[in-house]
Design a binder for this molecule. Sequence first.
Ligand SMILES: [Zn+2]
Ligand SMILES: [Zn+2]
Length: 83
Amino acid sequence: MSCHHVELPDGHRAIVCVRGERRRLAKCVKCEQRTADRLCDFMLPNGKTCDAAVCAGCTSSPAPDVDYCPRHAIAPTQATLSL
Ligand SMILES: [Zn+2]
Ligand SMILES: [Zn+2]
């Protein structure tokens, strides 16, 4: 949470706190240009998905509704081992 001091028009001061700033649509982890509209579905050894944000141009989609980030699309076995 981040707090800001703001001065109100009537001279009073107030502290405005922003809670957990909702994450906007993330930028793609690969090109860092386009907005990512999907997350990597690669299943990690811990049972969670990678969830790396990738855009339509950088995803690798082995099946409908399945997206892999470039790291997992290139070398899924190695990526698994390195984690
Ligand atoms: Zn991209
Ligand atoms: Zn991934």
